[in-house]
Design a protein around this ligand. Structure first.
Ligand code: E4P
Length: 218
């Protein structure tokens, strides 16, 4: 399973890239706004740090303008993935861009029908938002199961299932059990993945016993 990080904060991206865990990055207009930085500058900096796919989202909702914005974003670096919303115009843009060999991430997916359309439009990634479905009382992970199953029925579908809006480690583990291709994870949840109280307890005991030996290794 590929791990992407869902942030536009360059310091967080640098820290995670150094761990070797990072396969890519996703951003969205809200994350760019939170960073307080210019989108072109921040995407360029991220692409310098991470060689994998870096999603940059168009801000337009109309097809022609989406393609104009995509043209600007594509020039930043070869690993820029154009993110488009799951609308009729967005899928038309997805089709046009994918025909040109551009990586496209179709975002704001909330149904299996939408995921099927994105695959037919040639999306490189489909981003179903599990946390936001949970928020309205639906089971976000059921959507991942449906999409993984549907895509598996058609070996000609190359679109990767990119689980988005992840809120906790359980989302990630469930997605991995279902065979989702990618998870885009907030930095706070990546930190949670390392933790287990028995690891902390065991390490404290080992360190206490080691101190009693009076030895040093290096
Ligand atoms: C994915 O690409 C989105 O940026 C993201 O996962 C949205 O997550 P949120 O629902 O926590 O805002």
């Amino acid at each position: 399973m590929k791990f992407f990080v869902d942030t536009a904060e360059i310091s967080e991206i640098r820290e995670l890239a150094a761990t070797g865990l990072l396969d890519g990055v996703t951003t969205n207009p809200s994350l760019i706004a939170k960073s307080g930085r210019n989108i072109l500058e921040v995407i360029a900096e991220i692409c310098d740090v991470v060689p994998g796919p870096v999603s940059a989202e168009v801000a337009a909702t109309e097809y022609g303008q989406m393609l104009k914005e995509a043209a600007v974003l594509r020039k930043i670096a070869s690993n820029v993935t154009i993110k488009v919303p799951l609308t009729q115009d967005g899928l038309r843009a997805c089709y046009a861009l994918s025909q040109e060999g551009v990586m496209v991430n179709v975002t704001l997916c909330f149904s299996a029908a939408q995921a099927l359309l994105a695959a037919k439009a040639g999306a490189t990634f489909i981003s179903p938002f599990v946390g936001r479905l949970d928020d309205i009382g639906q089971n976000g992970m059921d959507l991942i199961a449906d999409i993984v199953q549907i895509y598996a029925n058609y070996p000609n579908i190359k679109t990767e299932v990119l689980v988005a809006s992840i809120r906790n480690p359980i989302h990630l583990i469930e997605a991995a059990k279902m065979g989702a291709d990618v998870a885009t994870i907030p930095p706070s949840v990546i930190k949670q993945l390392y933790s287990h109280p028995l690891t902390d307890k065991g390490l404290a005991a080992f360190m206490a016993d080691w101190a009693k030996t009076g030895q040093s290794i290096a």
